[in-house]
Design a protein. Structure first.
Ligand SMILES: Cc1cc2nc3c(=O)[nH]c(=O)nc-3n(C[C@H](O)[C@H](O)[C@H](O)COP(=O)(O)OP(=O)(O)OC[C@H]3O[C@@H](n4cnc5c(N)ncnc54)[C@H](O)[C@@H]3O)c2cc1C
Length: 491
């Protein structure tokens, strides 16, 4: 039913856009740089919001890697495939849900819901839940109830206050799924967040928000910190909004796409009649008046009336002519280390490997070498596949002390998500006041697959309304993009 409604909505909007096209400029070529969930969602929404334009909009997509999906990627450890980057989706990630239905992909319930948790402070486990390892639903329920009691004993009513803080934020985010007819097209991230009632959360730290919400210092120092370290590799001093999104990613009902989340990008691209240029990196984007010229490292040039940047610009050296200006920001690097082998109980001061929780989270301590370790799959009692996250690369010596057996190790260094700060300063969606757009400007609000899709949908509506010029922007009269002197970089 949801899909049918969505399709009706798409059709309604597209009628407006299509009819406005008749006396407007010819359909543009849209170049999209990046084939992750942001770029592929942009291609998808371009087709759905203008399905009948004649001649049709031409979409070119450039991807520097030889596969699509970006930070949605899998890794093969000893013959088995696991998510290497973005792994979990929230039950209310409606674009992702619609994509999986539209593309006939299979849902998989996330394992993380049922893992036993231990909070490690470098010397001892300050908190541990019980392991659910029974296959008998009734026993699972009892253990899960016992774990809720354990959590309540340690953190008390603060747990409910945390839940209601997260729920309130998720509910506000749901406004971005309102029917397009009643939802403005946003020209800036600030405007988009203010309309959703989420902007203030980006001006203060998660720590401050949670203290005001009445959470105890112990809950913030332990459980909340464990979650922000797992999901964003950062402390509770990230912005309140990134923090709330991170906490939402630790609740129940989490899911992923069976076989790999990257299939959402692949499917959307396949269905959207895109000229895909794999293994072709764009090195410059020049504004030549009525069109842009994109040059690639292969020595090719492409022209397009609209250019969409669907990747964070922070660590890239795409040359923009004339230069564009965006706020300086750092990416948080997360080192993902995959190990097939067996954890060493002695490292944790324990006697048996079965005493080690399946998900080991950590508190903030500069001496702790990793942020988390989780079991991805138990092959037998002496053989499992693990995923570790850390802020720095993990040396062989360290891994040899954490693991008693290590048959295979794979290391990936991700420029993973923004290094969040409060107050956040946002890059513009429209980079040059013409038709150069930046989806990942929204990533400084929160970095997830779903937020990329939500930002891409808004950018597509912005492109169509600005390019064809017939749609009145419903933008509210909120202030334009943030600007702090001296904190911008020219690219
Ligand atoms: C370790 C890790 C865990 C995460 N966990 C989760 C999670 O559980 N749930 C969740 O929702 N999110 C998670 N995220 C965040 C999520 O992955 C991102 O927010 C989302 O995938 C971003 O998608 P994107 O399309 O905006 O960017 P990307 O996926 O980064 O796509 C950008 C693409 O552009 C390409 N590109 C870059 N420069 C050029 C160029 N010059 N020319 C051509 N191509 C170029 C890149 O190769 C890349 O493929 C995680 C991220 C990491 C790294």
């Amino acid at each position: 039913m949801a899909i049918i409604l969505t399709l009706f909505t798409f059709l309604a909007i597209s009628q407006t856009l299509y009819s406005s096209h008749a006396a407007s400029p010819p359909a543009p070529t849209v170049c999209i740089i990046g084939s992750g969930i942001g770029g592929s969602s942009a291609a998808h929404f371009l087709r759905h919001y203008s399905p009948n334009s004649a001649p049709p909009i031409k979409i070119r997509m450039f991807e520097r890697n030889d596969v699509v999906g970006g930070r949605m990627a899998t890794v093969n450890v000893a013959g088995e495939t696991f998510e290497a980057g973005a792994s979990i989706l929230h039950p209310k990630n409606y674009h992702a849900r619609n994509y999986t239905k539209l593309l006939d992909l299979e849902f998989r319930t996330s394992l993380s819901d049922s893992l036993s948790l231990g909070i490690w402070d470098g010397k001892k486990f300050v908190f541990k839940t019980l392991e659910i390892d029974s296959n008998i639903p009734f026993v699972d329920k009892v253990v899960s109830l016992a774990n809720s009691v354990l959590l309540f004993f340690r953190y008390g009513l603060s747990l409910f206050r945390m839940g209601s803080f997260v729920e309130k934020t998720v509910d506000r985010f749901l406004k971005y799924y309102d029917e397009p007819a009643s939802r403005p097209i946003f020209e800036t991230v600030d405007e988009m967040l203010k309309w959703g009632g989420l902007y203030n959360l980006t001006t203060r730290t998660l720590q401050d928000e949670l203290v005001d919400a009445g959470l105890s210092p112990l809950l913030i120092k332990e459980l909340v910190t464990v979650i922000t370290r797992i999901n964003y590799g950062q402390s509770v001093y990230i912005s309140g909004l990134a923090g709330a999104v991170s906490l939402a990613g630790s609740g129940g009902g989490l899911w992923s796409v069976k076989g790999g989340n990257w299939q959402m990008a692949a499917g959307l691209i396949n269905q959207s009649d895109v000229s895909l240029h794999l293994h072709e990196e764009i090195e410059s984007v020049a504004n030549l008046g009525d069109y842009y010229e994109l040059n690639s490292t292969k020595g090719n040039s492409y022209t397009c009336e609209v250019a969409v940047v669907a990747t964070p610009l922070d660590e890239l050296n795409i040359q923009f002519i004339p230069p564009i200006s965006i706020p300086k920001r750092k990416l948080q690097h997360t080192h993902a280390t995959f190990v097939r082998g067996l954890l060493n109980p002695a490292y944790f001061g324990l006697n048996a490997v079965t005493d080690i929780p399946e998900l080991v989270g950590t508190v903030e301590d500069p001496d702790l070498p990793f942020t988390c370790i989780s079991v991805l799959k138990k092959h037998d009692e002496k053989d499992a596949t693990y995923k570790m996250f850390s802020r720095q690369s993990l040396s062989d010596a360290l891994l040899d002390s954490v693991f008693s057996v290590r048959k295979e190790t794979i290391r990936i260094n991700w420029g993973a998500y923004p290094h969040y700060d409060a107050p956040e300063v946002f890059a513009p969606f429209i980079l040059d006041n013409r038709h150069l757009y930046y989806i990942n400007a929204f990533e400084n609000a929160a970095s997830t697959m779903e937020t990329s899709a939500v930002a891409a949908e808004n950018i597509v509506r912005l492109i169509l309304s600005r390019y064809f010029g017939k749609i009145t922007l419903h933008s509210s009269n909120l202030s334009a993009g943030s600007h702090i002197e001296g904190s911008h970089i020219d690219l």
